[in-house]
Write a protein that binds this ligand. Structure first.
Ligand code: ZN
Length: 167
């Protein structure tokens, strides 16, 4: 079992922008990246962003057919005009799902764990997961983008009521 914990909505940590990781400090994050990968697998997630484990740093893990990859200070540098609608969920919003429109193809600029700048393109579900995770690094959740909640509408309304009562 991992010692990491999921930060769930409406934690303010999920609403904060995340700080870039200084590339010279990357070796310090090696263990955290490993822990996040196994935690994501344990939770059956397709992606996990650092704010979801309580850390506002620009780091996210995304699962691919060839295993998990770490996105470090990632940026979307190109996006397709074409968008696709698809259902999304989030470990920080358990049992809530909704339809979200995402760019069908994107180009991403990120850093490798060795501190090397890399760019790659992603499409379909892979592109969707990356856009979802980069949103997390900017304090954006899929419920901000959805026009249709498909599951967990009542839970979400209850959580949103709690947010309003706290203000
Ligand atoms: Zn999420």
């Amino acid at each position: 079992m991992s010692k990491l914990h999921i930060t769930t909505y409406p934690s303010p940590i999920l609403r904060e922008g995340s700080k870039p990781i200084p590339i010279s400090e990357l070796p310090k994050y090696k263990n955290l990246i490993k822990e996040m990968v196994s935690f994501m697998k344990e939770k059956d997630g397709l992606g996990l962003a650092a704010p979801q484990i309580g850390q506002n740093i620009q780091l996210a893990i995304v699962s691919t057919n060839d295993g998990a990859i770490a996105l470090i200070n990632p940026k979307i540098i190109k996006k397709s005009w074409k968008k696709e609608n698809g259902e999304e969920g989030c470990l920080s919003l358990p049992s809530i799902f909704g339809m979200v429109k995402r760019h069908s193809k994107i180009s991403v600029l990120t850093f490798s764990q060795a501190g090397k700048e890399i760019t790659f393109t992603a499409k379909g579900l892979f592109a969707r997961v990356i856009q979802h995770e980069i949103d997390h690094l900017n304090g954006i959740l899929f419920i901000d983008r959805t026009k249709k909640i498909t599951q967990g509408k009542d839970e979400l309304e209850k959580l949103e009521k709690d947010v309003k009562n706290k203000k």
